[in-house]
Design a protein around this ligand. Sequence first.
Ligand code: FA5
Length: 341
Amino acid sequence: MLKMIATIEKHQQDFDSRIHSISTSEPLKQIRIDFLGKKGCIQALMKELRQATPEEKREQGKLINDFKQYVDNLLKVKEDELGKTAKQPASKNETFDTTLPGRRETTGTLHPITQVMEEIKTIFLGLGFQVEEGPEIETDYYNFEALNIPKDHPARDMQDTFYVEGDAVLRTHTSPVQIHVMENREPPLRIIAPGKVYRCDSDVSHTPMFHQIEGLMVEENLSFSHLKGIMNIFLQEVFGKKTKVRFRPSFFPFTCPSAEVDIQCVICSGSGCRVCSQTGWVEILGAGMVDPAVFNCVDYDAEKWTGFAFGLGIERISMLKYGINDIRLFFENDLRFLKQF
Ligand code: FA5
């Protein structure tokens, strides 16, 4: 036993002095062969054990294994250390060429939906509207009831709702922001409310999450022609003066009279394609005069105040503005697509 301890100590001293004296990784290979190789000193120690008694084998075997572990660990540490130093650049004598071109940083751009949102906000700010925000998780009251859509009203089916829990829903439109604003402010007012909305809906022109901008103007003596005027100014700013726009009578429980506004499909110039469902027109917004029932809900005097409201679909507007034929492209995050904007 004592002889074995002495032999291992000697090998260890030898190993330590060799490993500490090297400064490149080349000699490491030889040290590994000398100590851990088939003909190395640790294998030789193992062979010596063959003649030992079982008890000696157990005790001395452990000593040899500990030494083997020690050698192996230290070799790995040293390999790591020397590997890192090798990768380090410039020694003192090396020169650094300051004329070499640097690596160009890639700059990101705003998502096309964000760009169109910003553009639309700027147009309405210019028309005297203020920007407001509201929560994306709404109560049934704000998303439906206060907008004159009582429970069991068939109009609830117009918007396929994601129910969260109990009374909470993911807002299906930005119209609830109208209610929050009117509850907290006195008329007259002009606001827009941009944000995300959610519906259980998906095809080339519908996604489960999309963006709307709600608009609300409340003053005395407003009429449908004010609404039409504002919508025309806005659409001409976004799509150009020659854009063909049409107002179609429609129904929303919170406005009366109501309209949906379409613009001629720019993908097929009105001849019919899959984006416009072969109609030549694409619906981009809903609008109308605020229903007196909504004013009653927020304690506005419906005899005195008049108002109009509208809700724009930002993805639809962006599709038509940039000639994109599938709304889902906006959400795939394919850089080849996004880089074009
Ligand atoms: C509404 O959401 C009403 N709140 C709009 C409104 C506001 C009417 C104020 C009157 C007064 P509608 O469900 O039609 O209406 O949606 C408005 C617009 O959102 C549509 O014209 C369309 O451009 C867009 N839109 C609707 N569903 C989707 C969808 N799943 N994906 C993308 N855009 C959609």
